[in-house]
Design a protein around this ligand. Sequence first.
Ligand code: GLN
Length: 187
Amino acid sequence: MKVGILALQGSVTEHAKILHNLRTQFVLVRSREDFQDLTHLILPGGESTTMEKLLKKFEMWDEILRQIQNDNLKVFGTCAGAILLAKFGAGWSVQRNGFGAQQASFSTVLKSKTFPDLRGVFIRAPRLKPPSKPPSNSPLEKGGETEVLATFENEPVLVRDGNFLGASFHPEIAGETRVHEFFLQKF
Ligand code: GLN
């Protein structure tokens, strides 16, 4: 197992702290070379348009897609990271800032059977929706199905589609380790 955190922008330090708490070694991914032999990749929260631009500029976008398709790369995205995952073909689409602007940020306890009393911090968080049609590279085509692991006011906020795990919120900012543990051990 080799875990990487995409470290171009966003809540990188917060994810790193969670992995430290879980005593899991990781690499910070800043270039194409850093992808070597990765099995798990974390896409942090931040600004999805900036991350997309930088990923394309540094020729990392295609490398992520290639590893998702060919090397079974497992990817966990929080907030902006979940938006990027939708673009990489995960079985959900997003409404950016669907949970409100920066001033409307909030922290709440979510409904989840898998993670009782899971705390979610929402900062300009996306709403997660079913995809209008499954993207051509979606694992849905391989028979997978998007599974809802946590909801807020009956809306999905933590979802899994095959090798993809997406959260609208930031477990890393709440200091919550269980979602990362699930990603690292149960995928
Ligand atoms: N609204 C941001 C975006 O669209 C995501 C915010 C976040 O990651 N906290 O990329």
